[in-house]
Design a protein around this ligand. Structure first.
Ligand code: G3H
Ligand code: 13P
Ligand code: ZN
Length: 331
């Protein structure tokens, strides 16, 4: 039997995006696969009074089980109330690649889905996205489409170089598909290695600075579809303290470079109203767990390393909401 997101206490993105675009901030879209990640996201967003988008990839559904994840989202809305401040919670499918997957999520309590047709031809992308929109809108579910391809890994699809979004396509795409938001490609990419050191320059403090995002493309897109909600994927900043901690405690991360936070703040002030962050959370968790493993080799209670990992995640998300996305106090 189908389960509506409304019965789980979730909301779609419509009102949230409208307020975010008008208010010059972005809603955090944090990925989760397990209990500790969900706890950290919810605690951080309640404490900063921020709306939140809980993102589930198809990999996450395979890893954690779709039924369990759905019921965790149901628990999330109850837990939020218990924490004392009722923030809006969206359950979103990240990088849906087929109509069937999107339909399954819509039928199982998701309030928002992404159909990522960016690896198809333009016309095929439109056809697939339109089909998802028709089904989703009949159920009050929001849809995110994508134009342009990000470099890096998107689930099983690997793109060597990014293909920037072509501004001249956006108006036609939005009109013909009926999507509620559009993910664009302006130089971000997935994962912890977004740029090579060779692509970067050094500032006066000796810090590596990546090539700037294509804000000109974002501006051109905004001109063509004023006020339309834009989404930025691949927006982890790859905090160097986390990378250093991982490597200090036996890790081997090389050339991990992310998107400077000032650029994300700049994007959030524009029509970018949803910013996707996954890798930073992975790094924060891994750093905390590695530290415990090395410093306390006798420890074997998972709560003793997952607990610190959760605390570290929560601190990271609070920082993002307050200092980067500007979503704090917007719930
Ligand atoms: O964009 C991809 C997200 O970071 C999800 O990654 O497919 O490994 O769960 P995943
Ligand atoms: P990061 O890998 O930069 O965290 O991007 C996550 C993302 O875009 C999820 O869809
Ligand atoms: Zn993504």
């Amino acid at each position: 039997m189908a389960v509506s997101y409304k019965d789980l206490g979730l909301v779609n993105t419509k009102e949230l995006f409208k307020k975010a675009v008008e208010g010059g901030y972005a809603i955090p879209a944090y990925n989760f696969n397990n209990l500790e990640q969900l706890q950290a996201i919810l605690q951080a967003c309640v404490e900063t009074k921020s709306p939140v988008i809980l993102q589930v990839s198809s990999g996450a559904r395979n890893y954690a089980n779709a039924t369990l994840l759905r019921n965790m989202a149901r628990g999330a809305t109850e837990y939020v109330k218990e924490l004392g401040y009722d923030i809006p919670v969206v359950l979103h499918l990240d990088h849906g690649d087929t109509f069937e997957l999107c339909k399954d999520c819509i039928d199982n309590g998701f309030s928002s889905v992404m159909i990522d047709g960016s690896h198809h031809s333009y016309e095929e992308n439109i056809e697939l996205t339109k089909k998802v929109v028709e089904y989703a809108h009949a159920h009050g579910v929001s849809v995110e489409g994508e134009l342009g391809v990000l470099a890096g890994v998107e689930d099983d699809v690997v793109a060597e170089h990014s293909t920037y979004t072509q501004p001249e396509e956006v108006e036609d795409f939005v009109k013909r598909t009926g999507v509620d938001s559009l993910a664009i490609s302006i130089g971000t990419s997935h994962g912890a290695n977004k740029f090579t050191p060779a692509q970067c320059t050094r500032n006066s403090e000796g810090k590596l600075v990546p090539p700037e995002l294509r804000f000109d493309i974002l501006e051109e897109i905004e001109k063509r579809i004023p006020g339309f909600p834009i989404v930025l994927h691949g927006s982890s900043s790859v905090p160097q303290e986390a990378v250093e901690t991982i490597n200090k405690y036996g890790g081997a991360l090389k050339d991990a470079i992310g998107i400077p936070e000032e650029w994300l703040r700049r994007a959030a002030k524009s029509a970018v109203c949803k910013i996707n962050i996954d890798s930073d959370g992975r790094l924060a968790m891994t750093a905390a767990i590695r530290k415990v493993m090395i410093e306390k080799p006798g420890e074997f209670d998972p709560r003793k390393y997952l607990g610190p990992a959760r605390d570290s995640l929560k601190a990271l998300y609070m920082h993002k909401n307050i200092n980067v996305l500007g979503s704090a106090n917007q719930a």
